[in-house]
Design a protein around this ligand. Structure first.
Ligand SMILES: *Cc1c(COP(=O)(O)O)cnc(C)c1O
Length: 381
């Protein structure tokens, strides 16, 4: 099946008892059994729920994976991956990683004796010197948030193999429509389902997909033991959102390109970070591993002051000033004080995430209206 057909049909089937074409919301915490040792595959809803199962099968199919698991947030999913590790194990990850991941790795897990190395993974040569017998995991985020840096997933997988480490890819920014890390050799794909998969800014959820049955069993054990599972209503909303994922992504990509090209030509704009530009640092790799370049981009103003950036964010009318991304509506964000405020300033600035950086999640409105809105806001700064 091709992607758009999978988005609509994979993992779901008409309800056998009624013929309902939409997966029912099984709003139940427990299931009646015939006898203590006999049930229909469902005993208690932390372990399994039919609405959630359908969603897990759908997301797994979109990532060309055999096994999917959903969590109550993207961070819940990431947490489950780190729980595969033991004290003394080491993780190598990207230096401009999502702020919440950085916070979890350094503030929650370092104290349990897991070591984290943050490097610029856009040059895979930086990874090699850190690889050793203790390396258990490479945590890759590409394109990265918010600087849209691109890491070569296949090259990371080849390096990880040399020491027997796993590779997990945070595929939130690309969505399965643009990039399938398992096909490039990754062991685990993670999604903040909250973003493009849900797509309507109404659900917080996470997901993990793998082809490795042993890893899946361990993750499922962690999900059931630790309990960060999503409810059936949210699972239904995401199943519904996924049915238009391919249509939404097509428009996100179209609008993303329009906005990136417009901003790049604007006399008041400094640098535009978007992997679709031929002079983007890793454009060739982006072209190789992604099908298009998406609707996420960041930029600075030529007048590189926080005050001007803030004025622009207060001047837009159609773009909403908000955290998060990947919904149908366009959002504008100030990473330094919002999504990435949990990273210490010195660390942030060292990685290029300056106070004046502005991030856009370009939605699926009409592109002309989005450009008009940016034009009137840029006039005011
Ligand atoms: C939002 C986000 C997360 C965290 O997901 P939640 O659903 O908010 O817990 C992780 N990685 C990236 C790249 C994100 O954008």
């Amino acid at each position: 099946m091709k992607f758009g057909t999978k988005a609509i049909h994979a993992g779901v089937a008409p309800d056998p008892s009624t013929g309902a074409i939409m997966t029912p919301i099984f709003q139940t915490s427990t299931y009646v059994q015939e006898s203590p040792a006999k049930h229909k595959g469902y005993a208690y809803a932390r372990g399994a729920n039919p609405t959630r199962n359908a969603l897990q099968a759908s997301i797994a199919a979109l990532e060309n994976g055999r096994f999917g698991l959903c969590f109550s947030s993207g961070m819940g999913a990431t947490d489950a991956v780190i729980k595969l590790l033991n004290p003394g194990d080491e993780v190598i990850t990207t230096s401009d990683i999502y702020g919440g991941s950085y916070r979890m790795f350094t503030k929650v897990y370092e104290k349990y004796g897991i070591g984290f190395h943050f490097v610029d993974m856009t040059d895979v040569a930086n990874i090699k010197p850190l690889l050793n017998a203790k390396t258990r995991l490479l945590w890759v985020e590409t394109p990265s948030n918010p600087l849209m840096r691109v890491t070569d997933i296949g090259a990371c997988c080849a390096l990880a193999k040399t020491v027997g480490a796993m590779v997990a890819v945070d595929n939130t920014f690309a969505s399965p429509y643009l990039q399938n890390p398992l096909d490039l050799g990754a062991d685990i794909v993670m999604h903040s389902v909250t973003k493009y998969l849900g797509g309507h800014s109404d659900v917080v959820m996470g997901a993990l997909v793998t082809n490795n049955e042993k890893i899946h069993q361990e993750l499922a054990f962690i999900a059931n033991s630790c309990g960060a599972v999503p409810g059936p209503q949210d699972s239904f909303l995401v199943l519904r959102g996924i049915k238009t994922l391919h249509l939404r992504m097509e428009r996100h990509c179209f609008n993303g390109r329009k906005v990136a090209e417009y901003l790049r030509k604007h006399p008041k704009v400094g640098h535009v970070y978007w992997p679709g530009f031929e002079d983007h640092h890793n454009h060739a790799i982006a072209k190789k591993q992604m099908r298009d370049f998406g609707g996420m981009l960041s930029f600075t103003l030529k007048d590189d002051s926080t005050a001007k950036a803030v004025l622009l964010m207060e001047s837009v009318q159609l773009f909403s000033l908000a955290e998060s991304l990947g919904g149908v509506e366009s959002l504008i964000n100030h990473p330094a004080s919002m999504t990435h405020a949990s990273i210490p300033k010195a660390e942030r600035v060292k990685n290029g995430l300056t106070d004046s950086l502005i991030r856009l999640s370009v939605g699926v409105e009409d592109a002309e209206d989005l450009l008009d809105d940016l034009a009137q806001a840029l006039e005011k700064v």
